[in-house]
Design a protein around this ligand. Structure first.
Ligand code: GLV
Length: 313
């Protein structure tokens, strides 16, 4: 039987049960042992989301850490993270699908003036404004991994001129204009009217959206963040919106989560706030990957979708 040290900071029993059922279907009985309990100490496998710092280091037999989400910044934030186990992140097409739906919703809601019409409806105003001209509009997707590529391809199908940014030189096919490196990032900042961030959080991407970046964006641009809050200097974003340079933003992630209720973003009507729900982990669709990784490591093989510790994703 697989004995798996388990931790999920939501504390949801339902989610835990979801994993228990989905993994049992694929592997036979599995034991999900609370990470912080003494019984977890002999575990060779861990399935975790935002584990308390120092807890994974207690598991001396650990061979595999599976992040219960696509991001792994929650693991690298732990200075005591053990160096030897494999680290695997979820790469679930269902989550890419969900995140692309959210990103498309955010793009279209902005372009079709959703915030304006919702506010008008609140005061029962049946009032039209001129529709934005959107054909061939340039949109930029920052982070062209498993999720970014799906977002970019689907936005292209909606008739937009889609640009994609990656760290190193990559080819995204004929439909997406590729940019890379720091110069490529500036090119995209300067030419796109909608900016969609789905980057992983690393030392290189922390606070990349600064006053300088917002200033490079053309006046009237819109910023969408489905990556991580720590990539944005939040006061700079607020200044760029309040000065009228940016049209607004749609944010799913924040420097501090839950977003404190005194945070100035709540009062800014040009900012649409989502509580980190753009793509929620679904045990049912992710369990195949988790089960395959567990079986691979049990047989002494290396698992797929490993995280590169040097790159941080
Ligand atoms: C969610 O933010 C994830 O990383 O899966």
């Amino acid at each position: 039987m697989f004995k798996i040290a388990y931790f999920d900071n939501s504390g949801s029993d339902e989610k835990r049960l979801g994993w228990q059922i989905s993994l049992t279907k694929r592997l036979g009985p599995v034991d999900l042992i609370p990470l912080e309990s003494v019984h977890a100490q002999g575990c060779e496998y861990a399935l975790v989301w935002h584990p308390p710092h120092g807890q994974l280091a207690r598991l001396k037999n650990l061979k595999l850490i599976i992040s219960m989400g696509q991001g792994v910044d929650h693991l690298f934030a732990d200075k005591a993270l053990p160096e030897w186990p494999y680290i695997v992140r979820l790469v679930d097409p269902d989550m890419s699908h969900a995140l692309s739906q959210w990103a498309i919703l955010a793009v279209l809601d902005h372009l079709r003036d959703g915030p304006f019409y919702r506010q008008a409806a609140e005061s029962r105003q049946f009032r039209a404004i001129d529709q934005k001209q959107t054909k061939g509009l340039k949109l930029g997707v920052y982070g062209m991994g498993a999720i970014g590529k799906v977002i970019a391809e689907r936005l292209h199908m909606l008739g937009f001129d889609v640009h994609g940014w990656s760290r190193g030189l990559r080819d995204f096919g004929p439909d997406i204009t590729a940019h890379h490196g720091l110069a490529g990032c500036d090119e995209m900042l300067q030419s796109c009217m909608v900016h969609i961030c789905v980057l992983p959080l690393t030392a290189e991407t922390r606070h990349i959206y600064t006053a300088r970046a917002f200033c490079l964006m053309p006046k009237g641009s819109y910023f969408i963040n489905g990556g991580r809050g720590q990539q944005v200097v939040e006061t700079d974003l607020l200044d760029a919106i309040q000065s009228g340079h940016l049209a607004g933003a749609c944010l799913d992630v924040f420097e501090t989560e839950p977003l404190p209720n005194t945070h100035p973003f709540w009062a800014e009507r040009a900012i649409t706030i989502w509580p980190h729900v753009a793509a929620q982990t679904n045990p049912d669709t992710s369990a195949d990957q988790v089960a395959t990784a567990l079986q691979a490591v049990k047989k002494g093989n290396s698992p797929a979708h490993q995280v590169d510790r040097d790159k941080g994703y």
